[in-house]
Design a protein. Structure first.
Length: 234
């Protein structure tokens, strides 16, 4: 459940709530809290959006994907701006009120619960969600991150997980050896960034990025780029 398929029907709110509530006690003991590291370890390392896409002048964001089902959902995200100099396009997901910058050549869709961006080959995917921590049965971003990490490790013992608190107060969770989803060729690495709403720690945003295991190092640098351009309409 830490990785979300592009074409998978959206999860029901009750399912996501049960996912956390049912495992809260077990997760608290298995996670053992979150290590807070002074060094973020989250830096693009000199890479830019150009290293993760191709310059098609934004054409991909206006392309209708034949793999998507018909009907009202999902729909294409609203294209806000094209920045060819920096190799990115900014899109806005109206359903969750989040702006996300993605590499040129990618595509972006949304449904009622989330925004989704993905590379042309679909091997790299990023999702953004709104999170009501109180509704999920946790006190805030730190407990949400610890609970989710512990739950995933207990349900799939082969997954390695590490969480850390970043300097700005957000939380980064890294899951390695994640089983492949449909269409994936092998294990994956998934990154969760959990962000609290300023002034209201009971609400937040979750950004989930999944890459092939072989691209873990580059994936972490991509997460740094995505996070740096994240625009949340609180």
């Amino acid at each position: 459940m830490i990785f979300h398929l592009i074409n998978k029907p959206r999860q029901k709110e009750s399912g996501r709530r049960l996912f956390l509530l049912g495992a809260l006690a077990a997760a608290a003991s298995s996670a053992g809290g979150l290590p807070a590291l002074a060094d973020d370890g989250l830096d693009a390392g000199g890479l830019t959006f150009k290293d993760f896409g191709n310059d098609d002048n934004g054409a991909s964001f206006n392309r209708k994907d034949p793999m998507l089902p018909g009907g009202p959902e999902p729909t294409a995200a609203r294209l806000v701006t094209i920045d060819r100099d920096n190799g990115l396009a900014k899109v806005f997901f109206s359903s969750v009120k989040i702006g996300l910058s993605l590499p040129l050549g990618w595509e972006a869709t949304e449904d009622a619960e989330r925004g989704v961006g993905y590379s042309r080959d679909r091997k790299t995917r990023v999702l953004v969600w709104r999170v009501d921590f109180a509704y999920e049965g946790v006190q805030g971003a730190d407990q949400y991150a610890a609970t989710k990490m512990g739950t995933i490790r207990s349900r799939t013992p082969g997954i390695k997980a590490e969480a850390r608190k970043l300097a700005d107060g957000t939380f980064l969770i890294v899951y390695e050896n994640v089983p492949p989803s449909r269409g994936d060729s092998g294990p994956r690495t998934v990154f969760d960034v959990v962000i609290s709403k300023p002034g209201n720690p009971k609400e937040g945003v979750l950004m989930t990025t999944g890459v092939q295991a072989a691209d873990t190092d580059r994936g972490l640098k991509l997460v740094a780029l995505l996070k740096s351009k994240l625009d949340i309409d609180w």
